[in-house]
Design a protein around this ligand. Structure first.
Ligand code: ADP
Ligand code: MG
Length: 389
């Protein structure tokens, strides 16, 4: 038998780098975090500048609420957030970010600087961070934020991503491929936020590669970003399911549905607690292509509670709806925005927060797929169903 080896505590700096690597995989994942922060801050304009696929420079400027100067010293420490303070908050948080890890992570794998101004402040403040702490941009010594000129809102600049983690850096693709991923993330957020103006360009380039107006609407945004050929073949559909509680002694009555199937299930759900019943309310809005549109690969945008996420199960279920209407080897466009009780989402399962799981996932997926299939079967008409009384 071999001798057990002693267990050692990892160096804290190393721990932070490992943690950062789980959240920030590539420029596009850093960008996603920053866009979510800007939207959380109420921005109506988000401008992104990119150099070398985001590896050299990734800058995002918003016109949101800004960050108070007094908050700057702990901004890039791990688990510092303005969005959550108790454990119960964690389960009901409705804003996008919630763990206070994004900026901290970025500061461990890149040079991070922030210029921010709140409305009441008379000037903007600039802060630079390395490994979670405020430093002087030139000397690297600890330093306070400095006053500077700036507009209301926040500009975050990330330079030399993964300069200190060469294995990460070497795992990245070409700058054009990384740039394409950045544009993809921004395009999807622009579809989901048609009232926010998005702009993205390469540093030094006179013309943007992505530009959307503020105060637009979803179909217009889809036409602008994915083209007329998709936009003209779109079906719009909403599905919702709410459970109203009527108290009859201890009994809870379900007031949902659809078509009277699930008799047995209803019986079981009647025994459920209030919390479970409430968390079974959900609604979905979808824009999806009809049988006239055929893409080579499926374009799938899934937002759950306004965050761009992945759900391979949902994707498969929706793609399957088209098997009987599209020729083999072709695929649809589907944009789905799902809103569920925040307590029912388990966004923590995946460190990148992209792949999610939620309560009643199977049932909700099935209901949405059924609705899509029904629309497709009935032809092209845009319809609105409410499974609700
Ligand atoms: P989280 O978003 O999970 O709270 P982050 O590390 O992404 O964690 O951000 C930490 C905090 O910094 C946020 O809670 C927010 O208060 C502030 N913040 C970050 N980006 C912005 C921004 N663009 N505008 C205003 N506040 C911001
Ligand atoms: Mg965040």
């Amino acid at each position: 038998m071999s001798e057990p080896k002693p267990i050692r505590r990892l160096d804290e700096n190393l721990i932070n780098k490992i943690a950062a690597g789980e959240i920030i995989h590539r420029p596009a994942s850093a960008l996603k975090e920053l866009v979510e922060n800007s939207l959380d801050a109420g921005a109506t304009s988000i401008k992104v500048t990119v150099k070398d696929g985001g590896m050299k420079l990734l800058q995002i400027q918003d016109n949101g609420c800004g960050i108070r100067k007094s908050d700057l010293p702990i901004l890039a420490e791990r688990f510092t957030t303005s969005k959550l303070s108790t454990f119960s908050d964690l389960s009901r948080i409705a804003t996008y970010g919630f763990r206070g890890e994004a900026l901290a992570s970025i500061s461990h794998v890149a040079r991070l600087s922030v210029v921010t101004k709140t409305k009441p402040d008379s000037c903007a403040w600039k802060a630079t961070y390395v490994d979670g702490s405020l430093v002087d941009a030139k000397t690297g010594e600890k330093a306070d934020p400095r006053p500077c000129a700036g507009n209301d809102g926040t500009t975050i600049t990330i330079e030399d991503l993964f300069y200190n983690t060469p294995t990460r850096l070497s795992a990245l693709r070409s700058s054009s491929e990384e740039y394409a991923r950045i544009l993809d993330v921004l395009t999807k957020y622009a579809i989901h936020n048609p009232t926010v103006s998005f702009l993205c360009k390469k540093a030094g380039s006179p013309s943007p590669d992505l530009s959307t107006p503020s105060r637009s609407d979803t179909p217009t945004a889809i036409r602008l970003l994915y083209g007329h050929s998709i936009a003209k073949e779109l079906v719009h559909h909403t599905v919702s399911s709410s459970i109203k509680k009527k108290r009859k002694g201890r009994q809870t009555e379900e007031d949902m549905d659809v078509d009277g199937e699930d008799e047995e299930e209803d019986q079981m759900q009647a025994e459920d607690t209030d919390l479970q019943s409430e968390s079974e309310s959900w609604s979905a809005e979808a824009y999806f292509s009809n049988a006239n549109y055929q893409a080579k690969k499926m374009v799938f945008l899934l937002f759950i509670n306004h965050r761009l996420v992945e759900s391979p199960r949902m994707k498969r279920a929706l793609e399957a709806c088209y098997v009987s209407v599209l020729p083999k080897g072709t695929a649809p466009f589907v944009y789905l925005s799902l809103q569920i009780d925040p307590r029912a989402v388990d966004v923590n399962v995946h460190p990148t927060k992209r792949e999610v799981h939620f309560l009643n996932e199977e049932q909700i997926t099935e209901r949405i797929a059924d609705a899509v299939q029904m629309c497709l079967a009935k032809g092209n008409a845009s319809r609105r169903f409410e499974y609700q009384t």
